[in-house]
Design a binder for this molecule. Structure first.
Ligand SMILES: *[C@@H]1O[C@H](CO)[C@@H](O)[C@H](O)[C@H]1NC(C)=O
Ligand SMILES: *[C@@H]1O[C@H](CO)[C@@H](O)[C@H](O)[C@H]1NC(C)=O
Length: 391
């Protein structure tokens, strides 16, 4: 009996090792399940994308210094503009924290790149390097995200809200250079924002026809105008600004970074001028306020498109589903709900096939949304991402 178990031991052990090896092999392959239909037909195209960006001799945007970051370079590049087979209406540049992979996945599910392409649009996410405190995502995972989707543009500076100005300039500069001959408009977005892409497309098409001089001018900046706000001088606030960082009592009028529209000539001017102005870390205030003012570019106001209230967009989804009511707003924060963008875009699209009705009198969002908002779970409050915008 003893002899037999001794002889069996090595066999059992090697079997066990074999089983473990198999398990780890398969779990490695299963860890990244296809969470949408994209995986089925994208990899070949995405691999090509990657090959192109890394092939030596291929003309590509020089990285060069970025503002005062002399060793700036890209960790990941995208060529979604260059490989577009026809002129694009717009390139969407979406500021995204590198660790927000689930949120980017929601964007792609809400509207995949293939559908954007049909609409004459393309999208890239603007990322920086993962900070050491990030424990949920690795650079390796970002590399495989890039292999699948090819829509990441990542700078080598470290992710931090105090580094957002670098990211913003990186995005505008890339779009102005890389999409120069490819895209008529640039739409800047944040990843935690709900936006009605069908509305934006319709607006841009109308702008091309109705105001062609503005559309192609070097003075196109339109979005949510915030007039002369004072800097926050309370030390405890995340958005506390010292007098050394910003000495004046008021900011110039600027556009909220949630969403704004510009074009290649305007973005080029902003980026060039940004090199000549001391960097200020509140990116939208700096670029579309301080830097813009020096160039004398006026702001085009579309404040009625925006809701600062995530509940309103949530109520819009409910009413679109139940009554096909048009939504009064096109853009607003997601309130910490990653899925809201998916729900919103999947339900609002029918309105562009004339399948929606105007909201009846007495049923405005302000009147009908309050109760629903109150019954929501407390952790579902407004994200603290940019409270400076909500005042
Ligand atoms: C911004 O990025 C630079 C360059 O990577 C890094 O040294 C710095 O720590 C970052 N700033 C903050 C506030 O994290
Ligand atoms: C760049 O400028 C900012 C703002 O003046 C400063 O805080 C930062 O240390 C500078 N970074 C480098 C790498 O010189």
């Amino acid at each position: 009996m003893r002899m037999r178990s001794r002889r069996l031991l090595p066999i059992v052990l090697s079997l066990l090792i074999l089983v473990l090896l198999c398990l780890s092999y398969f779990s490695g392959h299963l860890r990244d399940p296809p969470d949408d239909e994209f995986l089925l037909h994208l990899p070949a195209e995405a691999e090509q994308t990657l090959d192109k960006t890394t092939r030596p001799g291929e003309p590509s945007v020089p990285s060069g210094p970025l503002l005062n970051l002399t060793d700036f370079d890209y960790l990941l590049r995208s060529n979604v503009c260059r490989k577009a087979d026809r002129e694009l209406l717009a390139i969407l540049i979406v500021t995204s924290y590198a660790g927000h992979d689930a949120l980017r996945s929601a964007h792609r599910q809400a509207i995949p790149q293939s559908k954007l392409a049909e609409m004459g649009l393309q999208r890239v996410f603007l990322l920086a390097a993962l900070p050491t405190r990030e424990h949920f995502l690795t650079q390796e995972q970002l590399v495989s995200e890039q292999k699948r989707f090819g829509d990441l543009l990542q700078g080598n500076f470290v992710e931090d809200y105090r580094n957002l100005s670098y990211k913003h300039v990186m995005g505008l500069r890339w779009a102005a250079q890389e999409c120069k001959d490819h895209a008529k408009f640039i739409i800047k977005l944040d990843d935690d924002i709900i936006y009605d892409v069908f509305h934006l497309r319709r607006h841009l098409e109308a702008l091309e026809v109705g105001q062609p001089a503005l559309a192609t001018s070097s003075t196109l900046l339109s979005g949510f105008v915030l007039d002369a706000k004072p800097p926050i001088r309370l030390k405890a606030n995340k958005w506390y600004v010292t007098r050394q960082e910003y000495p004046h009592a008021l900011y110039p009028a600027y556009l909220s970074g949630w969403m704004y529209i510009t074009n290649v000539p305007t973005a080029s001017r902003l980026v060039a001028e940004a090199e000549r102005v001391p960097i200020f870390w509140i990116d939208d205030t700096w670029l579309t306020g301080v830097v813009r003012t020096r160039l004398g570019i006026p702001l085009e106001r579309h404040n009625d498109w925006f809701s600062a209230n995530a509940e309103f967009l949530d109520c819009c989804v409910r009413d679109l589903k139940q009554h096909s009511y048009e939504c009064e707003y096109s853009i607003g924060p997601n309130g910490g709900d990653d899925r809201l963008l998916v729900e919103f875009l999947h339900n609002v699209e029918k309105c562009y096939f004339d399948e929606c009705v105007k909201r009846p009198a007495g049923k405005s969002l302000k009147e009908t949304c309050v109760a629903a908002a109150k019954s929501r779970a407390p952790e579902h409050g407004l994200a603290e991402i940019k409270p400076v915008k909500l005042r």
